[in-house]
Design a binder for this molecule. Structure first.
Ligand code: SAM
Length: 238
């Protein structure tokens, strides 16, 4: 049965696995769970994994089911979508996944430096006219870099070939090393599992016979040089 949007919002607000941090408050101070997600929200120590732009939450749920020993958070600005993932997690009794509704731009107010072990960006919106808004743009990569633990991993899944090419070109300039996921160094059980965890957009892409591109990277800490403006508009600059 289809649940109307307003009813979804009403239910979501009462879900114990959902948070909507007050944006106004975040302008002045960090979120109360910053630095304490494992202790205060999940109530156990475990690797902390964030999915940016989780939409309906399929991928976060998939990770939570396959990796009960990890703590997973799905973040999206659209509450009507998050509702589905959060409701399903409650139905299945999944205690290792939570959902946050907020603009990704507030990320550094939500987490403390070094708090995140992995970030997944699954099928990000390409924002053809405003590449800086993309969840894989240099602006977002700088935020991710601040929040990663020493051995952090950033993952991208996309069906847009130009986005994959953009990431391969830009990420090394943003202080990330692209890993070869076919080698022992770059391949983990989660990397293998990601292929079979479908997201809403992945299902649509596969239905249209599109290829799925997967990129994995790790942050390299230290100074990074400014990125030439000519590269920042790739891959859509004329
Ligand atoms: C193309 S959808 C993909 C959804 C899901 N990952 C999937 O594969 O089915 C992109 C999602 O990113 C979210 N999004 C885009 N920019 C965002 C931002 N700045 N902050 C939070 N969410 C954002 C959108 O609301 C949307 O749900």
């Amino acid at each position: 049965m289809r649940v109307p949007k307003l009813e979804r919002y009403r239910q979501l607000a009462a879900f114990p696995n959902f948070l909507e941090p007050p944006v106004k408050h975040l302008l002045e101070t960090s979120f109360e769970l910053s630095g304490k997600w494992n202790d205060a929200f999940f109530r156990r120590p475990a690797p902390l994994i964030l999915e940016m732009g989780c939409g309906w939450g399929d991928f976060s749920l998939g990770l939570a089911r396959r990796f009960p020993d990890r703590n997973i958070l799905g973040l999206d600005v659209k509450g009507g979508r998050i509702w589905r993932g959060a409701a399903m997690a409650l139905e299945e009794g999944l205690k290792n996944v939570g959902f946050i509704r907020i603009e990704g731009e507030a990320l550094e107010r939500l987490f403390a430096p070094g708090e995140l072990d992995e970030i997944w960006v699954t099928f990000p919106t390409p924002y053809l006219r405003k590449p800086e808004k993309m969840l894989i743009s240099p602006t977002f990569l700088a935020r991710y870099r601040n929040l990663f633990a020493a051995e952090g991993f950033l993952h991208l899944k996309t069906d847009v070939e130009a986005l994959a090419a953009y990431a391969r070109k830009l990420w090394p300039l943003c202080g990330f090393r692209i890993l070869d996921t076919e080698s022992a160094e770059g391949r983990s059980d989660a990397d293998v599992a990601h292929e079979s965890i479908d997201t809403n957009f992945q299902t649509r892409a596969v239905g249209k016979n599109k290829s799925i591109y997967y990129i994995k990277a790790t942050p390299i800490f230290g100074e990074i040089a400014p990125i030439p403006k000519s590269l920042l508009r790739l891959p859509w600059s004329r």
